[in-house]
Design a protein around this ligand. Structure first.
Ligand SMILES: O=C(O)CCC(=O)C(=O)O
Ligand SMILES: [Fe+2]
Length: 387
């Protein structure tokens, strides 16, 4: 339990052990106090002013100010923590960046599989309102499949809401993956060409649904495999580099249930490694339509069907190769895949490894590297303009 709580701080292992020890002493009865103090931002004052600490970024920066209840002088603790910080730094291991909402399992899943899941995090009253409106935008009667003219449709957006409001838990998870709100692009970008959404605002979600009504329902359902058609990587509007910012995540938002054989997006989790290497080998960049998916998939062996309930949210590494699937169950599926744009390209060579976002850390992990001074050898290109 304590280990979970202290995880909120994302302290290096030696810190975590000592902090847990300290927490036990200072808060023998109140887990809640501990949670409040440990997970808060910046300067926190403990209940009844028993303790004070300042939390700041990076290993060795936890500054203990007083610990009267422990009967230890602040100097002693300060010295002790400084020594631990030096030990940790000099070994260069035990690096654990700070995640505010992601659990250890979610972080591990992103590293191992290229994706993580945040369950039950979208406001379903908004989802249902937008779905109702989508039927009328399309001129389809939701109760009469005969009116569903197309098997699958890509809608542009009509309604928008800040992610922070429509899915607060998802917002926190997204920020954890990219390394904080300050790294997120705030400028809305308008795409010059699109068969789907016409603009991108990374702070908002919208009803630019991909509705799989009954794609391929006239044939027996095929499980995910490299033989299925339509595998691709998102981001048709820019030249792709290892560190591209234009589509830094592949989010999959479930506005309706995504049931087995009901149009769940097919994904290839081990493609993240293969695509990372593919882009590493091509510092000149790859135009969106020039990816050789036959070559990429020939090196992959994991193929999965994404399933979940309305309100679930999947965060996938942008290198994940994926595809639409057949929907043979007669229930339309509504999802969106809103790109996340960063202000700057990924920095895979940060001076302090604690400053790597999970996304950067994962990208390096797929390449088997601790850091990389990546430099594109041709100009970046994106077919968009500020809105
Ligand atoms: O329909 C799906 O499940 C995936 C659609 C997709 O990948 C896309 O439109 O880029
Ligand atoms: Fe896609």
């Amino acid at each position: 339990m304590l280990a979970d709580r202290t995880e909120c701080l994302g302290l290096p292992i030696p810190y975590r052990r000592h902090w847990a020890f300290f927490a036990c002493c200072a808060y023998p009865t109140s887990q809640n106090d501990l949670t409040k103090n440990v997970s808060g931002r910046g300067m926190n004052s403990g209940a009844k002013s028993r303790t004070k600490f300042v939390e700041s970024r990076g290993a060795g920066e936890l500054k203990f100010l007083s610990a009267k209840t422990l009967g230890l002088t602040k100097n002693l603790w300060w010295l002790h923590l400084s020594v631990m910080a030096k030990k940790s730094d000099s070994k260069g291991d035990n690096i654990m960046p700070k995640y505010r909402v992601l659990s250890e399992e979610q972080v591990q899943s992103f590293l191992d599989n290229g994706y993580l899941v945040v369950r039950d995090c979208v406001d379903l009253s908004v989802a249902n309102r937008w779905i109702d409106e989508a039927y009328s935008r399309l001129g389809y009667d939701r109760n009469n499949p005969a009116t569903w003219e197309k098997d699958i449709v890509w809608l542009d957006h009509k309604n928008f809401m800040p992610i922070r409001e429509v899915a607060p838990k998802a917002w926190g998870a997204l920020l954890d993956v990219i390394g904080g709100e300050e790294r997120l692009e705030t400028q809305t970008m308008r795409l010059r060409e699109s068969g789907h959404f016409t603009s991108i605002n990374s702070l908002e979600w919208s009803d630019c649904f991909i509705v799989n009504f009954r794609r391929g329902a006239d044939k027996p359902w095929q499980p995910p495999s490299k033989n299925v058609s339509g595998w691709h990587k998102d981001g048709s509007y820019f030249k792709h580099f290892l560190d591209s910012r234009e589509q830094a995540l592949l989010p999959i938002v479930l506005w309706s249930d995504m049931l087995h054989q009901g149009g769940g997006t097919f994904i290839c989790p081990d493609s993240v490694k293969v695509v990372a290497r593919y882009l590493f080998d091509r510092p000149q960049g790859v135009n969106a339509h020039d990816f050789d998916y036959t070559e990429i998939l020939s090196k992959c062996s994991r193929f999965e069907e994404v399933t979940g309930k309305a309100g679930d949210f999947f965060i996938l590494h942008p290198f994940t190769v994926h595809a639409s699937s057949q929907n043979v169950i007669g229930k339309p599926r509504f999802m969106t895949n809103p790109p996340v744009v960063l202000k700057e390209p990924l920095n895979l060579n940060r001076a302090n490894p604690n400053d790597f976002s999970l996304l950067e850390r994962a990208t390096l992990h797929y390449l088997g590297l601790d850091r990389l001074d990546f430099r594109p050898t041709s100009a970046r290109e994106a077919d968009w303009v500020p809105a």
